[in-house]
Ligand binder design. Structure first.
Ligand SMILES: *Cc1c(COP(=O)(O)O)cnc(C)c1O
Length: 395
């Protein structure tokens, strides 16, 4: 999965361009930068790759989520429907916006169940934020359809799914905005970085302004620019963008290799009756960063995860017991342990997250294991891995 496995001369060359000019800022310094616009070039190339009109780079995926929420006018007191299986950053961004996360059940895609959305609606529901977890997609067509019918904002957290698609359309481009992360363990990395994409020029302008203190970026005198809106600083540096640009140009190669390795491992595992694979609505659009599968029950899943680790099959995640990716272990969130009071705590009818129950999600996640697909494996290592997995599943 992670792009850091394949750093090479391409990344070094891009960073050297920036260091040789000394221009680490993404805006201005036109003469000094000698034609190097790493952030801008990345944005143009990612937008072209995803077939979307606009892209804006941010300092992180979390910053991208915050930027998208702000640009889409999701803020104080608004409710945002989210899944319980995600990296906790999704929830942090909603809370930071002053909005309220409302948890809906997931289905066997391991993503938001479109059928579970209706029952979460209230007068205050403003947005739905599905998360394309572990490189594969939600039933995004049904979710997008629901949002259109109900007049809700759709923001896709595609932080783990860059390059993925559903029926030929890039993940991240189904709603008002989509968000990506390029942190050090993602499919491609900037070191730290993220991006928002949209086909709506107005939302793009709000996003790129918001992520830079509200600057309108008109003219060539930054100090004289106007500030039509308030914002903050979620800028990426040219150094980070440079690393990401080299990585982006390797994306298709990365996806191809992951898909090849995943297919081989999946084929071997399909011979075992106790294995049920995650539902992937469009297998052609899978980024194949993980192979996720379910065992018959919680006991056999926990046991299989333990035995895979013992057999030396590294990179297997039993999320149900993981501190960062599933609601069940987020006691800090459920008890609202924050260093400072949060806006949501001032709401009169705020939900008691400690009482939130998600039995269908628990039942799925209790049975699920995800296996990382690594870029650095040789074909020989993939074969050895398959032998070890067969040994565990047969035993
Ligand atoms: C990584 C990730 C984020 C946050 O991205 P950062 O760049 O680490 O801030 C948000 N959502 C999901 C689903 C992620 O995996």
């Amino acid at each position: 999965m992670p792009g850091f496995e394949i750093f090479g001369d391409e990344e070094r060359r891009q960073v050297k361009d920036v260091l040789e000019t000394g221009v680490l800022f993404r805006y201005g310094f036109d003469a000094a930068r000698k034609g190097h616009w790493k952030a801008k070039t990345f944005e143009k190339e990612l937008a072209a790759r995803l077939n979307v009109a606009h892209c804006h780079l941010c300092s992180s995926g979390t910053a991208a989520l915050s930027t998208a929420l702000a640009a889409c006018s999701v803020g104080a007191g608004d409710e945002v429907i989210v899944p319980p299986f995600t990296f906790v950053a999704t929830i942090e961004a909603v809370l930071l916006a002053g909005a309220v996360p409302v948890f809906a059940e997931i289905d066997k895609t391991l993503c938001l169940d479109p059928e579970a959305l209706e029952q979460c609606l209230t007068r205050r529901t403003k947005a739905v934020m599905p998360v394309h977890m572990c490189g594969s997609m939600a039933q995004i067509d049904a979710i997008a359809d629901f949002c259109r019918r109900k007049g809700l904002v759709l923001i896709e957290d595609a932080c783990q799914a860059v390059g993925g698609s559903f029926r030929g359309r890039a993940l991240g481009t189904f709603g008002q905005m989509g968000c990506f992360s390029f942190d050090p363990v993602k499919t491609i990395t900037c070191g730290e970085g993220g991006a928002v994409v949209t086909n709506d020029e107005k939302l793009y302008l709000l996003a790129e302004g918001y992520a830079d203190h509200g600057h309108d970026h008109l003219g060539d005198d930054r100090g004289a620019e106007d500030h039509p809106i308030m914002g903050t600083n979620f800028r990426i540096s040219e150094l980070n963008a440079a690393v990401g640009l080299a990585q982006l140009r390797k994306l298709d190669w990365i996806l191809e290799r992951q898909r090849q390795y995943k297919a081989a491992i999946k084929e071997a595992m399909a011979a075992f009756d106790q294995v049920e694979f995650r539902h992937v609505p469009d297998p052609d659009g899978d980024t194949a960063t993980f192979l996720s599968f379910m065992l018959p029950d919680e006991t056999s899943a926990a046991e299989t995860a333990r035995r895979l680790a013992e057999a030396g099959v590294d990179g297997c995640f039993y999320w149900f017991a993981n501190n960062w990716h599933y609601f069940r272990q987020w006691d800090h969130f459920r008890q609202m342990r924050s260093p400072a009071p949060l806006a949501v705590q001032l709401l009169e009818n705020r939900p008691d997250f400690d009482k939130t129950r998600l039995p269908r999600s628990d039942a799925i996640m209790g049975r699920t294991i995800s296996m990382l697909i690594k870029l650095s494996w040789s074909q020989e290592e993939v074969n050895q891995r398959i032998d070890k997995i067969r040994g565990v599943l047969a035993g």
